[in-house]
Design a protein around this ligand. Structure first.
Ligand SMILES: NC(=O)c1ccc[n+]([C@@H]2O[C@H](COP(=O)([O-])OP(=O)(O)OC[C@H]3O[C@@H](n4cnc5c(N)ncnc54)[C@H](O)[C@@H]3O)[C@@H](O)[C@H]2O)c1
Length: 443
């Protein structure tokens, strides 16, 4: 395999300009990059990164590269790659990229294979596809792999398969869904190296999942459809970090927001925040626009599609497209869906209703928009860069577990972000410190 596989190297100049534009909004990562350039904390480390190939990721790659890492980047979703960014990374920054927007499943896993052939010392995942492939290969569970990846894995000698895993000192994981998969691996005793759950850092999920997903999901839906949100009934499935952000942004645009949940505490919070809460089967009858953000399966199921209004718009911004039961929708439809606009597949049901699925049900903010704005990814990727440095220094002391980002790193990122925004805060006086740590003072 050549040392990159991208759509078109001639798109590099446009990609470079967009990467630099994003960098203006990423002061924390920039300050880390300047330090990494001097200290080279990742010198001699091979990193395989399976992340959305966007302008912000490009700035993370530049940071790791300056830190001395030898990197290969592949996509963590077949639809999220920005081809001009992939071209610029190869052409201008000499970082091998294996990612093409719209690649089929076989190509997606051919690219994961390139990341494995890099023989990484460290992994960076967004959804755990790279790590799970690595583990299935090592365990010889070829039936769990995409068939072409399985074919390749079967050609490896046992020793080669085991060595691929032995090389890895640790990894990092970007998103909620990946962390859930990794924690399940830890529970089943199959996690073979320590992983830092970047998603669990406060400076990640409180900002990226909430403000980033909130805004960029709306952006994706609007770019795909040009729909006016004011006056529409907008159904948000899941009131976690992403759902809270999405619901508040949809309300801000004038939509009437309905929330569906399975967790009573989150449902109650949504009610207290002023949203209407109901089961999906009822929401399905009244919604104009639907978006799932749960990390769960078949959240909008066949029976929900059965009762939707003619013209409903249905999207997902959770990690995998399994949140929408698209096979069920296919079964109840006549013929194939029509691509009525880029990223809008229109299904016609047997009773004549049109149901529009956006971005094939994949993360809509990355499929039809540009993902999160750079300033939130600044914090997420500052966590990635500092966690990689932490792993390089401390992997030998860690167990085969999923670890949170150390609090010092989280606090340092919050401090750097405030500095970059020119925001100053108060500092506890000695008297206040004493008061807050004592039980003796009362009424
Ligand atoms: N689009 C993006 O850029 C982006 C960014 C961050 C995270 N994500 C993904 O979004 C998903 C949600 O992430 P999060 O951080 O909000 O997670 P979270 O755990 O904070 O929230 C998920 C919520 O969904 C609810 N839920 C689960 N099953 C449900 C069902 N059947 N119906 C209704 N609600 C249900 C849960 O009770 C929970 O409150 C994950 O897949 C995550 O990987 C996407």
């Amino acid at each position: 395999m050549s040392n990159y596989d991208i759509k078109d190297i001639n798109q590099a100049e446009g990609g470079r300009r967009r990467i630099e534009w994003a960098e203006r909004e990423m002061p924390v990562l920039r300050s880390i990059r300047e330090r990494f350039a001097k200290e080279k904390p990742l010198k001699g480390m091979r990193l395989s990164c399976c992340l959305h190939v966007t302008t912000e990721t490009a700035n993370l790659m530049r940071t790791l590269h300056e830190g001395g890492a030898d990197i290969v980047l592949t996509a963590s979703n077949p639809l999220s790659t920005q081809d001009d960014v992939a071209a610029a990374l190869v052409n201008n920054y000499e970082i091998p990229v294996f990612a093409i927007k719209g690649e089929d499943k076989v190509t997606y896993f051919k690219h994961i294979r390139a990341a494995l052939e890099h023989k990484p010392h460290m992994t960076q995942d967004d959804g755990a596809d790279l790590v799970s492939s690595l583990f299935f290969i090592e365990m010889g569970r070829f039936e769990k792999l995409e068939p072409s990846l399985a074919e390749w894995a079967k050609t490896l000698k046992d020793e080669e398969r085991k060595q691929m895993l032995k090389n890895v000192i640790g990894g990092t994981e970007e998103t909620t869904t990946g962390v859930i998969r990794l924690k399940a691996m830890e529970k089943d005793g199959v996690l073979k190296f320590p992983v830092i759950a970047v998603n669990d850092a406060l400076t990640k999920h409180m900002f990226d999942n909430r403000y980033g997903t909130g805004q960029s999901t709306i952006d994706g839906i609007v770019r795909a459809t040009n729909v006016l949100l004011a006056g529409k009934t907008f159904v948000v499935a899941g009131y976690g970090w992403c759902g809270r952000g999405l619901a508040s942004r949809a309300r801000g645009m004038g939509a009437h927001v309905v929330v569906t949940e399975v967790d009573p505490m989150k449902a109650l919070e949504a009610v207290m925040d002023g949203y209407q809460v109901m089961p999906m089967i009822d929401a399905a009858k009244v919604g104009d626009i639907f978006c799932t953000v749960t990390g769960d399966l078949n959240v909008i199921d066949g029976h929900d599609f059965e009762v939707m209004k003619d013209g409903a718009l249905v999207a997902n911004s959770g990690h995998f497209n399994v949140e929408l039961n698209i096979p069920a929708l296919e079964k109840m439809s006549v013929g194939k869906p029509n691509l009525v606009r880029p990223f809008v597949d229109q299904y016609t049901t047997k009773d004549g209703r049109k149901i529009n699925v956006l971005g094939e049900g994949r993360l809509i903010n990355l499929a039809s928009a540009e993902g999160h704005p750079a300033s939130v990814m600044d914090m997420s990727f500052a966590n990635q860069a500092l966690s990689a440095e932490y792993m390089a220094k401390n992997a030998d002391k860690l167990e085969k577990k999923v670890y949170s980002v150390p609090t010092e790193i989280d606090n340092e990122i919050a401090r750097l972000k405030l500095d970059a925004m020119g925001v100053k805060i108060d500092v506890l006086s000695d008297e206040q410190l004493h008061y807050l740590n004592s039980w003796e003072e009362g009424t």
